[in-house]
Design a protein around this ligand. Structure first.
Ligand code: ADP
Length: 400
């Protein structure tokens, strides 16, 4: 085996996604996910390059046991811990501590624990994977790549909420932004496709998956982004509401007697595309229903597109002259009708979409789906795992 293989881990509360990647190649050697961890239905799915999908139950497995099984499978494919250069972990919240990815040591673990007060649902579970590897393979280098760190370049006026300043000073309540690895990856790729250095590029990127966020990128760095203290702020998402009148939240608690838990469930799990359509959080399904005349599906899609277009128009102020608007994530990469609706709103900015290129998802035009001599619109598939693997390799090499 080559010495450049990186294991990428993304630990969620009941899931563990994994990949083995050679950062200098595009296709991963292995991808997979263990889901429903901690329950009797826990199971393991994975695919080695050039092989069929493999599935296996792992009842009641926790993160540690999944890692044991993973290393067992790796061993059967000729890869042991000694063949890995390192392990890269996705960590959700790096607060103001982490402006970049970091080699994991005791101090970094303590700092990630510190940041957990800002992401109590995420950082502790991200640490499960880190601690399991540290315990089983103490000599393996580990790197943390944070969802927030790309946005640490936001100017003060973009990240500060208009609340009593003490809440920022004492409690760190400010906008942090997420999906940083995705925005950074597609910005780098778009710059390559345009034949420019990233530092010379101004982009607006729209990461549209189940969670959605936009980023304003000027001179290669993030200067604004739509998610805030938490991933709830900003765009309409699959089941998250995005921006709301805070007074509405007061109304829900004071007049309709919602408890904090009910409120959290409503805003995170029952809102967004699902809440408005009352049928699905899945854009593909909503597009199908809308074609069949389902009015609430159409309304949900219209709100989604209008809100995104308004955000992009706002970011235009922060990024012009713009090199490109970039669509990525499951919806951004695949939903041509969504891109068309968003771009129709953006005509006043000089956007003129090439309908045919849009329907081919830009696959034959270096990602470009706009007409010649108009503002560049691009479709750029994201690859957060590859970015994590690249950061991991680069940091480990620099550290040697
Ligand atoms: P996650 O944030 O979980 O990684 P994805 O990036 O995979 O999510 O995006 C999921 C979203 O992408 C879903 O709303 C799904 O319907 C949408 N999507 C995937 N493929 C298509 C498609 N061909 N057309 C429209 N929407 C699609």
């Amino acid at each position: 085996m080559t010495g450049k293989l990186i294991l990428v881990l993304n630990s969620g509360s009941s899931s563990l996604k994994f990949a083995i990647i050679d950062p200098e190649q595009d296709a991963p050697l292995l991808t997979g996910i263990a889901e429903r961890l901690g329950s009797a239905e826990a199971n393991f799915r994975m695919r080695w390059r050039h092989e069929e999908d493999k599935r296996q139950p792992c009842p009641n497995a926790d993160h540690g046991r999944v890692i044991d099984q993973l290393f067992q499978h790796m061993h059967e494919h000729g890869i042991d811990a000694k063949d890995l250069t390192g392990v890269g972990h996705r960590v959700v919240h790096g607060g103001e501590t982490f402006r970049d990815s970091a080699i994991i040591d005791e101090q970094v673990i303590a700092q990630i624990e510190q940041c957990a007060k800002l992401a109590p649902l995420h950082n502790p579970v991200n640490l499960l994977g880190i601690k399991a590897i540290a315990q089983k393979f103490p000599n393996l280098n580990q790197v943390a790549v944070f969802d927030t760190s790309f946005h640490q370049t936001l100017p003060e006026y973009a990240y500060t909420y208009a609340l009593p300043y003490e809440l920022y000073r004492e409690h760190g309540l400010r906008r942090y932004g997420f999906h940083g690895s995705s925005h950074r990856f597609v910005a780098g790729r778009a710059a390559d496709l345009l034949g420019k250095s990233l530092n010379d590029c101004n982009f607006i990127s729209a990461h549209l998956g189940n969670g959605c966020s936009a980023a304003a990128i000027k001179g290669g760095v993030s200067v604004d982004t739509s998610m805030g203290l938490t991933p709830l702020e900003g765009l309409v998402m699959g089941s998250r509401c995005g921006d709301l009148d805070p007074g509405l939240v007061l109304h829900l608690t004071q007049t309709l007697n919602y408890t904090p838990d009910q409120l959290s469930h409503l805003l995170n799990k029952e809102s967004g595309l699902l809440g408005v359509s009352e049928v699905s959080n899945d854009m593909r399904e909503l597009l199908r229903l809308s074609d069949e005349g389902h009015q609430q599906a159409t309304l949900a899609i219209d709100i989604f597109c209008y809100r995104l277009a308004k955000t992009i128009a706002g970011y235009y102020l922060a990024t012009a002259p713009l090199d490109a608007i970039i669509f990525t994530g499951g919806i951004g990469e695949n939903a041509a009708p969504v891109r068309a609706k968003v771009c129709a709103w953006l005509k006043p900015l000089g956007v003129d979409m090439d309908d045919e290129a849009n329907h081919r998802h830009g696959e034959e035009s270096q990602g470009r789906i706009s007409k010649d001599d108009t503002l560049n619109i691009m479709v750029v598939p994201t690859n957060e795992e590859l970015l994590i693997a690249r950061d991991t390799l680069a940091l480990i090499r620099r550290n040697k």
